[in-house]
Each structure stands twice: as C-alpha cells, then as structure tokens.
Design a protein around this ligand. Sequence first.
Ligand code: ADP
Length: 483
Amino acid sequence: LISRLNDTALLRTQAYVNGEWVDGDEGTFDVTDPATGDVVAQVADLSRAQVAAAIGHAQSAQKAWAKLAAKERSQVLRKWFDLMMAAQEDLAIILTAEMGKPLAEARGEIGYGASFVEFFAEQAKRIYGETIPGHQADKRITVIKQPIGVAASITPWNFPNAMITRKAAPALAAGCAFVARPSELTPLSALAIGELATRAGLPAGLFQVVTTSDASSTGKEFCENPTVRKLTFTGSTTVGRILLSQAADQVMKCSMELGGNAPFIVFDDADLDEAVIGAIACKFRNNGQTCVCANRIYVQAGVYDAFAQKFAAAVAKLKIGSGFDGADLGPLISAKAVEKVEDHIADATSKGASVLMGGSRDNTGPLFFAPTILTDVTQEMKVSQEETFGPMAPLFKFENEDEVIEMANDTIFGLACYFYAKDLSRVYKVAEALEYGIVGINTGIISTENAPFGGIKQSGLGREGSHHGIEEYLELKYMCMSV
Ligand code: ADP
C-alpha cells in the first residue's frame, strides 16, 4: 500500500488522540485488503480507558473551540476540505486498499466526504437564532443555538471516509468536539483525515480517531461516559437498537442512520433505458453494499420482460476485479457478506424464483460474487424483508399502483426508495405515498451534501447533510427577559 502513495505520511496506524499518534494498550489489530486477503496494516487497538481519556481531551478542547467566532471555525474547516481534495488520490488509494471498492468509486467517495466539510464550513456562519414575540407586555423572548458539547460516532466500513465527515463536519462547525470510532475493518481512511486535521490547524482534541477492535466496549464507553452528550451512529438496525437502549440511561441525544430495504419501482410509462441506467447505479454501486442500494426491483407487468432483458444486457457488461484494476465490482467485505447473498438466492430459488444471470461466486477470489439477477421474485421471499447488501437484483412483478405501493411499504425500514414514471399525477401520488425519508424520482443516485439524508420507521433518527444536518449538534436555549 505504501508504495502506491504519493504522501506516505497519510498512512497512519496509530490512533489519533489529542493531536498525537498513540499506541494501543491492547496491542494492534489487522486490517486486510478484501480483494487479496493480504494484511495491509496493523492498527493500534485502544483500551476502554484510552477511549475515556480521549473523551476527556475532547471536553477540554471543546470549550475554547465553541468560543471562537464562527468564521474562525469555518476557516479551519475550509482548510481541512482543501487538504482532503488535494490528497484525493492518496485518500482514495487507502480507501480501496482497506475496503475493496473500485478506485473510481473511492475517488468519488473522497469528493463526496469532503463536500460535507466544505458545506458545513460555510454553514458554521449561519447558525441563526430567533426572536419570538413575548407572551406578556414586558417579556422579550430570544432563542439561541449552542453546541451540544462532546459528540461521539460509530461508523461502518462501507463508506470509511464519508460516513465520518458527514457527522464530524457539522459537529465541528457547530462548536462541538468529535470522537470518531471507525469500523475495525476500515480505520485507515479515518486516521488519514486525522493527519489532515492536524495540518489544517484544527486544535488538538477536537477531532480524534479512537481505533478499537472491541466495538461493543467502545459503544458502552460512549453511552456511559457522562461527558458524551451526543451519539451519532451509522450501521445496522440491530446495533442501532443496542446503542439506543444503552444511551437511554443518560438520556443522550442520538442520531441513527440504520438499515434500509429500498424498493426501486419501474412503471409502464417509464423511460426503460433511463430506468436501467438508474437501476445499475443504484443496485451495483459499492457492489450493492450501501443502505440506499435498490434491494427490491418492482417492474410493472407490461414492461417486465423488456426491462429484464435490457437490465441483463447492462449487467453483463459489469467487470469484476480488484478495485485497483479498473473493475466495476470489487470484492464483498467479508465471507459472511458472501454467505448472505448466497442465502438470499437459495431462499428465493427454493420458493420459485429463477436465476436470469449470475447466481454464484466468482473465481477472482474468495470474496467475489457474480452480479446476479433473479426473476419471478415474490413478497414471500427473504429478500423482500432483509437487505441483501450484495450484487443481487431481484425482479418482482406488479400490476397496478396501489398494489406496488403496498408492497413497497411492507417493511420495517424507510430509508430510500426510487421510482421511474412520466405521468405527473402518478409521480406526485406515488412519491407522497411511499413511506421513506428519501425518494429518487427518475434517478438512482440521491446522495448529496445539500439535502437531508435520513430514514423513517426503523431506518433511523435524524438527518445528515443540508442546513438540517447541523441541528443534530445544537441545543436550543430560550432566554426570557422582563424589561
Ligand atoms: P454492518 O453490518 O454495516 O457492519 P454493524 O451495525 O454491524 O453494521 O456495524 C456498524 C459499526 O458498529 C461498526 O463499526 C461495528 O464495529 C460497530 N458495532 C458492532 N457492534 C457494536 C456494538 N454492540 N456496540 C457498538 N458498536 C458496534
């Protein structure tokens, strides 16, 4: 890995605590390249006491940071953004090496991740309060917004950079300090942006990266340490539930970006070629490993065969390989992930689905799986209720709008959904009826720093990105004055 990098100082294996690089009291843990199985780094494994110490440093640093003029915080964040973009290629290489996604997608993620830093650098200056007419003649009511204090994050491996920046940037812009615990599978991307935080002049302790192999113990420290006032998590609904119940003891403010089960609906008035482009982007980006990836593709009966044919032709062009070889589809993250895809295929075929394409592992390596299309998929199959998180596209058939809306909403999840249609009244009716936080209409790509990303139902709490995203790190204070 180091030989691929231009700026080798970005490859850090110690944890980033209080502006310094520290070893772990628990030794190290291995980070492997999922494409080859090779160990790419041995990273500091911090003890729970070391995590607690980092939280203490965050608390000390936060007070002075919150007192700065917004513009001063803004300038540091802007510098951080500039450094990230200047290092985009190296950051992308580190990301691909630890996570496996194609290098082009990794570059895209760095740009996307950095865009939150840019956006919230600007937003720091726009944390506006309000005045409200008093309730009595002598009363004046003023509302101000203040940083919540120390925020801590737990993030997954599928976006090792962007899932951290879209939490850390609004937190820092608001005047909070931030302690990040990256996935044990992908800590290197987080550590690299720690190095850039130092170079940007971010004072010590405001952004820290605590690398630990024991997620559960770190999660407990974050929830039980009274200094932490905000927990922000991206990951599975299962772990989200654990963290929410742990956080209850301290009545901690929580943001949760949890699982999805995105429906992707193709109506008979859709532009089928556009729908295929959207479905490919939405299903196969990151090899199907995103919480907004299409998980269930519903196609109206009249265009079902035509769509399946065009879709299969597009899927056949996808190239499998190492992220460094210009492939479209890299490895899956783990053996467990491969088994889940296999399980969903076996379950569906045992209940009557057919394999139109793929259906099995690819011999590029143990974690590679052939892009797969299943037809005749129904609501009785596992894939209708669980996220596959892999390169498997199940095609369901439907007859009319009411039926597909009911099927699409028949899930505990409510993150992203997508549909393709031209009829304007249909567009409004369907968009309003779908119980999701994000609706892609005639597009398969919906993520941007400008919009509020987040789910309803058991897909989460809170929003990330846009002017709404910073509210998660602010408290309202109302001052009532008698004149
Ligand atoms: P995924 O299936 O995407 O890996 P997880 O929810 O299992 O989703 O993991 C998301 C993040 O949560 C990872 O960083 C993981 O290490 C961490 N994690 C897993 N279990 C726990 C736990 N009990 N407490 C806190 N964090 C956890």
